[in-house]
Design a protein around this ligand. Sequence first.
Ligand SMILES: NC(=O)c1ccc[n+]([C@@H]2O[C@H](COP(=O)([O-])OP(=O)(O)OC[C@H]3O[C@@H](n4cnc5c(N)ncnc54)[C@H](O)[C@@H]3O)[C@@H](O)[C@H]2O)c1
Ligand SMILES: O=C(O)CC[C@@H](O)C(=O)O
Length: 525
Amino acid sequence: MPKVLISDKMDPKAAQIFRERGVEVDEITGKTPDELKAIIGEYDGLAIRSSTKVTKDILDHATNLKVVGRAGIGVDNVDIPAASSRGVVVMNTPFGNSITTAEHAIALMFALARQLPEADASTQAGKWEKNRFMGVELTAKTLGLIGAGNIGSIVADRARGLKMKVVAFDPFLTPERAVEMGVEKVTLDELLARADFITLHTPLTDQTRNILSAEAIAKTKKGVRIINCARGGLIDEAALKAALDSGQVGGAALDVFVEEPAKASPLFGTPGFISTPHLGASTTEAQVNVAIQVAEQMADYLVSGGVTNALNVPSLSAEEAPKLKPYMALAEKLGSLVGQLTTGAIGRISIHTEGAAAELNPKPITSAVLAGFLRNQTDTVNMVNAPFLAKDRGMEVREVRTEREGDYHTLLRVSVKTADGERSVAGTLFGDQAPRLVELFGIKVEADLAGDMLYVVNDDAPGFIGRLGTLLGQAGVNIGTFHLGRRQAGGEAVLLLSVDEPVSADLLAQVKALPGVRTAMGLAF
Ligand SMILES: NC(=O)c1ccc[n+]([C@@H]2O[C@H](COP(=O)([O-])OP(=O)(O)OC[C@H]3O[C@@H](n4cnc5c(N)ncnc54)[C@H](O)[C@@H]3O)[C@@H](O)[C@H]2O)c1
Ligand SMILES: O=C(O)CC[C@@H](O)C(=O)O
């Protein structure tokens, strides 16, 4: 039974779903990195929010880990390249807390417009400073949206409901989508010049870090109010402090900080500054949503191989998974066969699906071929890291689909381009389930690729099979299955034998010494 650790505070629905889906679950929160390292080796899955930092060091100790699930959107607390290279799937829940976070941005916009936190503190201090707290209306004001994705578009919708004009800067926003959202797509400079309120909804990337820098803030309307419910680091905090002090910025509300937890900041206590401790996603509804989603996604993956919302591997629905499973087994075997039979650098690998296979999602099939192929070179490869490893090794990966059926109702062909030219193997599924090799380097040969095998290429001549059988028998090697193919009578022939134990180097040398043998090698599947 797969075992999952929930290492951050999460709605109890997550643990309940894991148990219902046949996944054992421990909830252990608040561990230090060293404490987590000591226990992580026991788990197949790790469910987190933002507190647990899934570093390379943690992943190096996570010897059984198959999946990290983030109950939320941002995955900046997960070292995704390190997870990919260890073959760990990283998934998030991209929509579960979007409405809640958008509402938090709107709440902070109202709080800034009417100075609610200061007014509250002053009133409760018995001051009744009615004249101190003059606010501004939102109606007819311009809201500048930086980032118009899931959360940004909900904020835009709510702001339009408040009768605000919304201008958006997002290089990836299409004109059609801008029209659909009812926003005006503008450049960053135009937004800075026109907005009365600015709200940020982008991820933190090299392009967005300090997108509100001192220089950008200097281009804003005097008295602009700024909200950040996305990620710390999008605003230069020192520049913001200076702009609040000078009055260039009339108010700022931050839910997120460069350093979190933000226990001290020059911004704290600055008039017009409001802060919340990364509460954007903190509503009962959002936490239930993300807990349910993350548990369902992780359980799907651990129990049936379904992949949803993964950031480092193609999606595969739980319905698709059983259909693809036999193809992935076939793909891995064909990849492994080609990997074992080819030597030297591979410039290109092509994965060709034909007939029924061409109707399937090709990505998981490709990953399985690459995993099988590369297993010969490294034993840390799996479906997740195989495409990355192939890229690292400079392999070009091609996918070709032919919907029309050929000799077989469904066929998968793997071809590699080596210094000696293009070589390919092909396989099918018998009864839509059982993987079967049907062609090896242009020779028709039917074989089940399983266990230890002996591969022999020889001159097709009478008596050869008898001599080989005698040799194996004398060496005490039992033959399980025997598959034979030839290019033409008297030409090159191929033998694939399944044997009950690996063929020793000594026996292999004797096979190679038999008259007519061109090559021989032991294979393992
Ligand atoms: N405060 C919280 O608790 C909380 C909760 C949820 C999400 N978030 C954060 O909110 C942010 C937005 O989340 P989302 O779900 O809307 O993400 P999203 O991916 O749907 O949208 C992000 C948008 O940013 C745009 N973008 C990317 N680079 C840009 C650039 N250089 N300039 C302008 N726009 C750019 C993208 O095109 C996209 O439209 C993320 O950083 C997420 O981690 C915070
Ligand atoms: O889990 C949280 O409380 C914050 C989540 C938020 O930052 C996110 O990116 O989804």
